[in-house]
Design a protein around this ligand. Structure first.
Ligand code: SF4
Length: 314
């Protein structure tokens, strides 16, 4: 289990200190897909980097199977890195264009000494390529990144992570740069890996409809804070935070059962109110006096469904 507990990350911008992540907690585990949604500047990518130990925290801690990841030393840290993999938004950027697909995947296998010999290494690489839908594997193994489409490259990125037998794969906007026509096929790979290999995922996206398709749980972030979280059906069918409602109302839906009234969230993220009160205060049509003064805590409104809004009564 990989959990960030009340983590805060401070960034400095134009002479002021901004909490890019503000007392946020998130738990990832094997066999579950967590969706983390928010607009640009919400802190979702920073929180993802925190979970993987790629970003230091100013407050809070990140535990992997109960151990603080920022205190792990050489061997355990290496094992943590193997078990918790990342897939980036632009797969081309994350691959050395001089390497063939075979060597791109083999690099991690060799670093972590996973295969006992060359034959086993080849078997793992071919099997993994087949698993992500790149077949015949021997043909794809010989290609260079420049010879592959965006969708095929993202499959290679998934294969590279998968070959290391990870517990958790974190993916930052994994389909946003791909053609709409192939997005579902990549998302289906995540679902299959969850079901067949018990891999856990944390998927960051600005698109709640993408996340509703694959996630078991959704966390909604706004200006560094988790404002709502819960089971995907609860979040999509009964969103309670005005920001979540606005996100969902902005997605066109065919079934009127899921249609919710449009919430007019105006303007853009502003840090004028980042110290006190609800971060959505300047944009929220339901804002009250208390919203400018007190930060609403996350309250459990039904089992596993949490909302941070003063409209919610304790
Ligand atoms: Fe709107 Fe107030 Fe709720 Fe924030 S706490 S979302 S400002 S009603």
């Amino acid at each position: 289990m990989l959990e960030a507990k009340e983590v805060t990350v401070l960034f400095s911008a134009r002479g002021i200190v901004i909490p890019a992540v503000d007392e946020a907690s998130i738990t990832a585990e094997k066999g579950k897909i967590i969706g983390l949604v928010g607009e640009s500047g919400s802190g979702k990518t920073t929180l993802l980097r925190v979970l993987l130990g790629l970003q230091k925290v100013d407050k809070g801690e990140v535990l992997f199977n109960g151990e603080n990841i920022f205190k792990l030393k050489s061997r355990k840290l290496k094992e943590f890195r193997r078990l918790n993999q990342i897939i980036f938004q632009d797969p081309f950027d994350s691959m050395d264009p001089r390497f063939r697909v075979y060597d791109i995947i083999a690099e991690g296998l060799r670093y972590h000494k996973i295969a006992k010999d060359k034959n086993e290494e080849k078997e793992i690489i071919y099997n993994t390529l087949e698993e992500v839908g790149l077949h015949p594997a021997d043909k794809f193994a010989l290609k260079y990144p420049s010879q592959l489409s965006g969708g095929q490259l993202q499959r290679v990125a998934i294969a590279r992570a998968l070959a290391l037998n990870p517990e958790i794969i974190a993916a930052d906007e994994p389909v946003s740069m791909l053609d709409v026509s192939i997005r579902a096929s990549i998302l289906n790979i995540f679902i299959n890996l969850k079901q067949e290999k018990n891999v856990g995922f944390v998927i960051v996206s600005h698109d709640i409809s993408t996340l509703s398709y694959i996630s078991d749980e959704i966390y909604v972030m706004y200006m560094g804070r988790i404002v709502e979280k819960g089971n995907v059906d609860e979040i999509i069918e009964k969103p309670m935070h005005p920001y979540t409602q606005a996100l969902i109302a902005s997605v066109p839906v065919a079934d009127p059962k899921y249609k919710i009234e449009k919430i007019p969230i105006k303007g853009e993220i502003s840090y004028d109110h980042f110290k006190y009160g609800c971060r959505l205060y300047p944009r929220c049509p339901f804002a009250m006096d208390i919203c400018a003064k007190e930060t609403p805590p996350l309250i459990e409104v039904s089992p596993g469904h949490y909302v941070a809004c003063h409209l919610i009564k304790r």
